[in-house]
Design a binder for this molecule. Structure first.
Ligand code: ASP
Length: 309
């Protein structure tokens, strides 16, 4: 019987055991579990991989703990600009949005770009116009206000520094969220959503909305969602590179993901991680940082949840 599985992440970084209170750790675990179970239930009922990844990412976008949707970090202007993408491994259809504001669930707008427009990638004012035409309601800035993230921003707002989510010089953490899934028909999909970097300016866009950069899906190889230093992940074309190793070098999803995260991306100085799945439901979740919020569940009975190395 076809194995169906799902994996999710809530960002990678300097997540060292003992740095977080037990209460906070429990809150992260509960949020990951909610997202994981939501996606898994869809697969269990015979739903599609694309529905499962959208639902799992929506749940993470609705939680203030992660740097996506509600928990998005502040830009240099004190606003929130979000990026997201989704890809269907069966058809290789994809949708992406960047530099959008006020949208509760950016990944759902990305899916609408895929399904309701002739395009793949819409950005900024144009993406907002598209959302308006689809009658998306806009949340006001208070919905996205998180005091912790506001403080992070206040600390660096008058400098030229920009930071990946909670990062300080000693503590870098990326809070992007993502999901990959394989359904009962062996179709796979990937979705990724982020608020980007604290204090970002000039319309900075990371890897998360980029097909082949931070997100990719192709039934023939794998579905991938990345988190980490976006500039490096773009240059490493990380998600597509994993797929290429599988396609052209016959590597397993685990070996290909390890090769890119522990070798290729490190060679150019990139830190972060990814989640990957193939059409047999095999999962890999490598990262080269101290930790990565991650969880997975498979119909073969395996279930994992972890934060640290
Ligand atoms: N990759 C994201 C970006 O560069 C950040 C993250 O993973 O948290 O926008």
């Amino acid at each position: 019987m076809q194995t169906f599985s799902i994996a999710i992440h809530g960002g990678a970084g300097t997540l060292v055991k003992g740095m977080m209170s037990p209460e906070k750790e429990a809150a992260y675990s509960a949020a990951l579990k909610l997202a994981l179970d939501g996606g898994y239930t869809i697969l269990e009922k015979g739903g599609t991989a694309i529905d499962a990844v959208e639902a799992a990412v929506n749940a993470l976008e609705n939680c203030h703990l992660f740097n996506a949707g509600k928990g998005s970090v502040f830009t240099a202007n004190g606003t929130h600009e979000m990026d997201a993408s989704i890809m269907d491994g069966k058809t290789r259809n994809a949708g992406a949005v960047s530099l959008i504001t006020g949208i509760k669930n950016p990944v759902s707008l990305a899916r609408d770009v895929m399904e309701k427009s002739e395009h793949v990638f819409l950005a900024g004012d144009g993406a907002m116009q598209f959302a308006k035409e689809l009658n998306y309601s806009l949340e006001d800035p208070a919905y996205f206000h998180d005091e912790l993230r506001h403080q992070q921003w206040l600390e660096i707002k008058d400098s030229d520094t920009f930071q990946l989510d909670h990062s300080t010089k000693k503590d870098s953490k990326f809070g992007t969220v993502g999901a990959v899934a394989c359904d009962k028909d062996g179709n796979i999909a990937a979705a990724t959503s982020t608020g980007g970097m604290t204090n970002k300016k000039w319309g900075r866009v990371g890897d998360s909305p980029m097909v082949g950069g931070g997100n990719y899906a192709n039934n023939k190889t794998c579905a991938i969602s990345c988190t980490g230093s976006g500039e490096f992940f773009i240059r490493g074309v990380v998600a597509y590179d994993v797929a290429c190793l599988i396609e052209h070098k016959n590597m397993s999803v685990q070996d290909a993901a390890n090769e890119v995260i522990h070798k290729r991306i490190l060679e150019i100085g990139g830190d972060g991680g990814l989640i990957a799945i193939d059409s047999k439901g095999m999962i890999a979740m490598p990262f080269n940082t101290e930790g990565m919020y991650r969880a997975s569940k498979s119909s073969n009975g395996t279930e994992k949840m972890a934060i640290y190395r």
